[in-house]
Ligand binder design. Structure first.
Ligand code: IDP
Ligand code: MG
Length: 150
């Protein structure tokens, strides 16, 4: 079982596509372990994207991700990191396979709707940035048939 950080970025919120993005990940088979509607601070944005700090698009990327609220999600399931990345599609929507989120719903690399952690190590680091441990639901420790009345 893995958990991965998903962000429905500001363009997803502004375009009214949050439900569509979450729905696709849920229908794929991943389940929600955490969810919040929030504004990303500049400090969190810079930390989250620090691997790109020397890139020419970094300043614009930080402006974009902090521009308006996002929806942050912890999604979990077997191989959740790779499954989410495959469901999301290539970074540049122009190269993303039709059927993927970016391949169906986006056209521009600078407005590509959604973030998904790129490795298990990144997922742990990024989940810690966006969620406290008490904000993530532990299905393992919950009553088994939680979707039914007893
Ligand atoms: P990823 O989101 O698919 O993991 P990364 O290479 O980690 O892609 O880049 C992080 C984010 O930075 C991208 O999702 C996109 O929003 C933005 N980005 C990446 N490359 C460019 C670029 O060349 N121009 C503008 N924005 C970019
Ligand atoms: Mg990345």
């Amino acid at each position: 079982m893995e958990r991965t950080l998903i962000l429905a970025k500001p363009d997803a919120v502004q375009r009214g596509l949050v439900g569509e993005l979450i729905g696709r990940l849920e229908r794929r088979g991943l389940r929600i372990a955490g969810l919040k509607f929030m504004r990303v601070s500049r400090a969190t944005a810079e930390e989250h994207y620090k691997e790109h700090s020397a890139k020419p698009f970094f300043a614009g990327l930080v402006e974009y991700i902090t521009a308006c609220p996002i929806v942050a999600l912890a999604m979990e399931g077997p191989n959740a990191v790779d499954i989410a990345r495959a469901t999301i599609g290539a970074t540049n929507p122009a190269n993303a396979t039709p059927g993927s989120i970016r391949g169906d719903l986006a056209v521009s690399i600078g407005r590509n709707l959604i973030h998904g952690s790129d490795s298990l190590a990144s997922a742990k680091r990024e989940l810690d940035l966006f969620f406290g441990i008490d904000e993530l639901f532990d299905y393992q420790r919950s009553a088994e048939p939680w979707i039914f009345e007893s």
